[in-house]
Write a protein that binds this ligand. Structure first.
Ligand SMILES: *Cc1c(COP(=O)(O)O)cnc(C)c1O
Length: 301
């Protein structure tokens, strides 16, 4: 890796694996552990660093000086990208979904403070941008620019995500992650031994298409060993939506475990996972590891 990237990586902390104790886990004879990627870095949130690392390596190798991407107004991906761009002395630009708000929210303010150029675009124009997946696929891309698709969903992202597994030095049966683009899930599937079971919890409604997206990211190679499954009913009404039950769960969890959660991804995953454990979804004796993907910056409103 290039030295600026190595230097950036030195800012990161190891992400601990923490046991979560609940009386009903004991009754069900399952163990739950949380891989705390939320503690990786004070600003670059959880899985976003995992996904960006090898993209950045590629962009630097091509001597690109501008990184361009897209996201919503609370995007953890853009938040990480803007900080990384500033740290690596690269220009950053982002297409933001929807109209420019009269007042920038804390996420957008951070983007601007880190020097990211923002362009607000209509929802339909935003959907169009989703068609461009390769680093050079964006129409009219300048020769010094490198395109990163929504959520950093690239094949290079899978390599960085795979490094999570090398850090897990305990045996386990099941690995769980929240899913937006399901790139993190695809990276875990690619790197995990085939006898492990993987569960993805979609943060958005009607996310059946993620099954196809995972296959595409894996180049359809994992078709035979179907050791993974997407849970499509953990969305609590849709992306960014919450229910009183979800918010109660998060509040109780944070108080009991002293671990912060956000309600978009990890909160929803754990809420659904607790439900699965309670209903006996996992056989007795299983050890489950869930990934805390960070994203706590998005909690500020
Ligand atoms: C982006 C994000 C996810 C989703 O990751 P994908 O790889 O897009 O599925 C999960 N959790 C948090 C906190 C995120 O910011």
């Amino acid at each position: 890796m290039q030295s600026p990237l190595l230097e950036l990586e030195r800012q990161f902390f190891p992400s601990p694996l923490t046991r979560i104790n609940e009386p009903f886990f004991t009754a069900r004879k399952v163990e739950l552990w949380l891989k705390r990627d939320d503690l990786l870095h004070p600003i670059i949130s959880g899985n976003k660093w995992r996904k960006l690392k090898y993209c950045l390596h590629h962009a630097l190798a091509l001597k690109k000086t501008t990184l361009i991407s897209m996201g919503g107004a609370y995007s953890n991906h853009l938040h990480a990208l803007a900080f990384v761009g500033k740290t690596l002395s690269l220009q950053t630009k982002a297409f933001i979904r929807g109209e420019q708000p009269a007042q920038l929210n804390p996420t957008l303010r951070d983007l601007v403070e880190n020097g990211m150029e923002l362009e607000f675009i209509s929802r339909s124009a935003y959907r169009q941008l989703r068609n461009f997946k390769a680093w050079d696929a964006l129409p009219d891309l300048k020769s010094d620019a490198y395109w990163i698709p929504e959520g950093g969903a690239t094949e290079l992202a899978l390599i960085g995500v795979g490094e999570i597994l090398a850090e897990i030095n305990q045996d386990y049966n099941v690995l769980c992650t929240a899913c937006g683009t399901a790139t993190t899930l695809a990276g875990l599937i690619k790197a995990a031994p085939k006898e492990k079971q993987l569960l993805g919890f979609a943060a958005l409604k009607g996310a059946d298409f993620l099954n196809t997206d995972v296959h595409a990211l894996l180049k359809n190679q994992s078709g035979l060993a179907k050791n993974w499954q997407l849970k499509l009913d953990a969305h609590c009404g849709g992306f960014g939506k919450t229910t009183p039950a979800l918010l109660d769960f998060i509040r109780d969890f944070e108080q009991r475990q002293q671990i912060p959660l956000e309600p978009i991804y990890t909160g929803k995953m754990l809420f659904a996972l607790y439900g699965l454990i309670a209903e006996g979804f996992f056989p007795a004796g299983q050890k489950i590891i869930a990934l805390h993907t960070g994203g706590l910056q998005g909690k500020r409103r």
